[in-house]
Design a protein around this ligand. Structure first.
Ligand code: DAH
Length: 358
């Protein structure tokens, strides 16, 4: 047998074992191959066992040394392959776990994802502000969390005033009970603006203020508990109700187009005297009467009137020198009327089929 266990034979056995290890493509496969080579009945192990049958001592020693070296070279090859496989298995694990946060996949993966656009209410707010800027108003905004003073009291709605029932108010659990609230309308901005104008001596004021408002209302075709209003305030010398009516008429034609009409109907708001409700032709039925307008043919957009002397008193403005008008109306309602949206709840349902139309 001695002639069979030459260095070439051992080199061949080693090469075969190393090739098998190099061909593995996973750690599990590598473990399997390595244990095959080290198994009792493998070619290398059978060769080692056959050493004992060699009668020539020197030849046995030489072959034994070669086999030991072959086994240690084989061990190094296994370790090297293991290190390489560990790196590539970790890399593919990371690749599989990767979250691509740059991409929101909607529906069919083959359909390119659009960039989206501003919500209809945001677009409407911007258009309304643009109309008022064109009419010479400045545009500002203010806090959604208000104190009772700004939302009610300074607007001539003292505690216990029956007109407070018009506003189902959401109070915040801050300070004394029922002193801090989510504004129920944008009218408190009138007080902020007038206080500032008095402090800085910057009267007259021609301003529009838009923003989010809150009321404890059940959503229906015309109401949302979180909605948007735009408030207008003009304080100057010799301002009359005719100026107010002119601004409302001009705004309606500019925003809704010439075939939509506005009407003012007597109403009551504690912060204006006289007060009026501002209605426009229902754009869904064009005045015929439908579910959305409760069959009246008209849709109420908001309220308006001449600023009440009590409001001037609250902020320290002389009602003899100054007079003015104010108005406030729903931005969501404007979006609804401009785009003939039968049910306002569509604005908050986030149905892409609806949203994509605008
Ligand atoms: N703030 C009132 C509301 O939300 C609407 C309103 C009425 C605003 C008359 C005004 C106004 O500025 O003068 O019900």
């Amino acid at each position: 047998m001695s002639e069979e266990l030459t260095s070439e034979v051992i080199a061949d056995l080693l090469a075969t074992a190393i090739n098998a290890v190099a061909a593995t493509s996973s750690l599990a496969e590598l473990d399997h191959e390595a244990s095959q080579v080290r198994a009792k009945d493998s070619a290398l192990m059978l060769a080692r066992r056959s050493l004992g049958t060699l009668s020539d001592i020197d030849a046995r020693k030489a072959a034994g040394a070669l086999l030991n070296e072959a086994m240690s070279v084989f061990g190094e090859a296994v370790d090297a392959r293991r290190a390489a496989l560990e790196i590539s298995e970790r890399a593919s694990q990371l690749e599989a776990d990767r979250l691509d946060l740059t991409e929101v996949v909607v529906g069919d993966l083959r359909v390119p994802v659009g960039r989206g656009h501003a919500h209809l209410v945001t677009q409407t707010r911007a258009s309304l502000e643009a109309v008022f800027v064109a009419m010479g108003f400045t545009v500002t905004e203010g806090p959604e969390v208000e104190t009772d003073w700004y939302n009610f009291e300074a607007l001539n709605l003292p505690p216990g005033h029956p007109a407070r029932d018009m506003y189902d108010t959401m109070y915040l659990d801050i300070g004394e009970p029922e002193t801090v609230l989510l504004r129920t309308h944008t009218s408190p901005m009138q007080i902020h603006l007038l206080e500032q104008a008095v402090a800085e001596g910057t009267l007259p004021v021609h301003a529009a203020m838009a923003g989010r408002c809150y009321r404890l209302d059940t959503p229906d075709a015309r109401h949302l508990p979180v909605f948007h209003q735009i408030e207008g305030l003009v304080i100057d010398r010799n301002i009359t109700f005719a100026d107010l009516a002119g601004v409302i008429e001009t705004f309606t034609a500019a925003y809704f187009g010439p075939d939509i009409h506005a009407r003012l109907r007597p109403a009551y708001f504690p912060f204006t005297e006289p007060s009026a409700e501002f209605e426009i032709t229902c754009t869904i039925c064009r005045g015929v009467g439908c579910r959305t307008c409760s069959r009246t043919g008209w849709i109420e957009l908001g309220g308006c009137g001449m600023v009440d002397p009590a409001v001037f008193a609250a902020v320290g403005i002389d009602p003899v020198e100054w007079s003015g008008f104010a108005f406030g109306f729903g931005i969501d309602r404007c979006a609804q009327m401009r785009h003939q949206i039968a049910d306002m709840r569509s604005l908050i349902e986030n149905d892409l089929r609806f949203m994509r139309q605008f």
